[in-house]
Design a binder for this molecule. Structure first.
Ligand code: OOG
Ligand code: NI
Length: 452
């Protein structure tokens, strides 16, 4: 790459900061949430110097402050393809396929995110991106109306289209172009107070599914939430009301544990915001919220199967419970899930990254030694690899609490990864393969370093 080009990590970092600033200005409650998360994180680190040290070693501290994800929903394959090209400028690639139809939401999704260790350490900004599945709309006239409306909009500025093409042609952007790219790309994610349709059309689409109205009736796919990372989600949930924000009922995902796994999430409820419709009628639309997440270790296929199995059992027992009870029952059901790093590793339930300890660095050649022996002798240490992806059941819970309405089976059983990849114009990357490669690379590196 020419040295005049900015790295895509730098562009992503600038973009995620610009997005955060825009969202804080548009949704003041999000600023309040950020302040709350920062003060809880600070308290946790003060109380837990071991955690602070571990995050420091893994460069987790540096990324904690910039850590966030966002989410958007788009309406057509063309929009999704262009987004894939836009995110590639920032080193973000489609990872994972999420079927939300199971949860009664007519979308399927991927997450655009960085995939390399160094990129994740610098800024792991991810965008959960959903594609509306118009083929799931039952009434043909409504489906056709939605298609026509979507065909008339362009969610990208001419400037960003030009800069994406330039990036692809020259494999990079210089300072001035990168700066302009951030400004132009941001426009796609901005909120619009005016709908592109009249109130009657909005209501017709909304009566099919609220999400359909959200995707179809506006000039662009407004960012619908941003999500900072907290070190104690239970504490943030408890304190939300005291700073005047209204939390969703329950924290999604696994229970609180000594060795956090996967991802726990909660949000504040979406705001009802004034909208001016195309026929000049006034109304409201509810889409935007704020979310927090606490990330733990990435699970292997075996660990994930065990998680899904236990979560299913727990869901039958927790339905309708308030958060405290919900968490207690969840904790009981998950008592069977090993909760030490040693057990998670020896049972092949989670991914780890191997590193030399200080003793390992000066310990001389150890050729032929096996990994377990090296760990036992204190020459190598296994660090948990953080889960960087999402959970479909949790995502469905977030969708539902923000769209109103309970669980529905209306679209169940229609997962279609092939159709999603066709629309995306590329395969989605398998997240488990990424974790496995990172673990394997660290294992090879450590063994080679010790072989001298
Ligand atoms: C996306 C909801 C999913 C998450 O963190 O699981 C999500 C949406 O509401 O568009 O962001
Ligand atoms: Ni989210």
């Amino acid at each position: 790459m020419s040295k005049d080009f900015l790295s895509y990590d730098e562009i992503r970092d600038r973009f995620s900061n610009a997005m955060s600033a825009m969202y804080q200005a548009e949704v003041p409650q999000y600023s309040t949430l950020l302040e709350l998360v920062e003060s809880v994180n600070r308290e946790v680190l003060q109380k837990d110097p071991v955690l602070a040290e571990r995050l420091g070693v893994n460069s987790g501290l540096a990324r904690l402050g910039v850590e966030r994800h966002g989410a958007i929903r788009v309406g057509t394959a063309e929009e999704l393809v262009m987004l894939r090209r836009l995110f590639a400028v920032m080193g973000m690639y489609p990872v994972g396929y999420y079927d939300l139809s199971e949860a009664g939401v007519p979308v399927h999704s991927t997450a655009f995110r960085p995939i390399e260790d160094a990129a994740l350490a610098r800024n792991p900004f991810r965008v959960f991106t959903s594609l509306l599945r118009l083929e799931l709309i039952e009434r043909p006239e409504l489906r056709q109306r939605a298609e026509e409306i979507l065909a008339q909009r362009d969610i990208f500025t001419p400037g960003v289209r030009e800069l994406i093409s330039r990036y692809e042609a020259q494999h990079g952007l210089n300072e001035a172009d990168a700066e302009r790219f951030v400004i132009e790309a941001l426009e796609t994610f901005r909120w619009h107070h005016e709908a592109t349709v009249d109130l009657a059309t909005y209501r017709a689409l909304q009566s099919e599914h609220r999400l359909i109205a959200d995707v179809v009736c506006f000039r662009g796919p407004h960012i619908n939430h941003l999500t900072p990372r907290t070190l104690d989600i239970d504490e943030v949930q408890r304190r939300m009301a005291s700073v005047g924000i209204n939390p969703k009922e329950v924290i999604e995902g696994p229970p609180r544990r000594d060795c956090p796994v996967l991802l726990r999430q909660t949000s504040f409820k979406a705001l009802e915001e004034p909208i001016c419709f195309a026929d000049k009628q006034q109304g409201t639309h509810t889409a935007r919220f704020g979310e927090i997440e606490q990330r733990g270790i990435a699970l292997t296929a075996k660990g994930r199967a065990r998680y899904d199995y236990l979560l299913n059992i727990a869901r039958r027992q927790t339905s309708g419970l308030a958060n405290e009870e919900h968490q207690r029952v969840l904790g009981e059901v998950f008592a069977d899930f090993p909760d030490t790093n040693e057990a998670l590793r020896s049972e092949g339930l989670a991914f780890f990254c191997y590193r030399l300890t200080e003793a390992g660095k000066i310990g001389g050649r150890q050729s032929g030694a096996d990994m377990e022996e090296l760990i036992e002798r204190g020459l190598v240490i296994a660090h948990p690899i953080t889960y960087e992806d999402f959970l479909p059941v949790s995502a469905a819970g977030i969708f539902q609490s923000n769209l109103g309405g309970g669980e529905s089976q209306d679209y169940a059983g229609t997962a279609n990864r092939d159709a999603f990849e066709d629309a995306l114009g590329a395969p989605v990357i398998d997240e488990l393969a990424l974790y496995a490669e990172r673990e394997e690379a660290s294992r090879r590196w450590v063994l080679e370093a010790l072989a001298g």
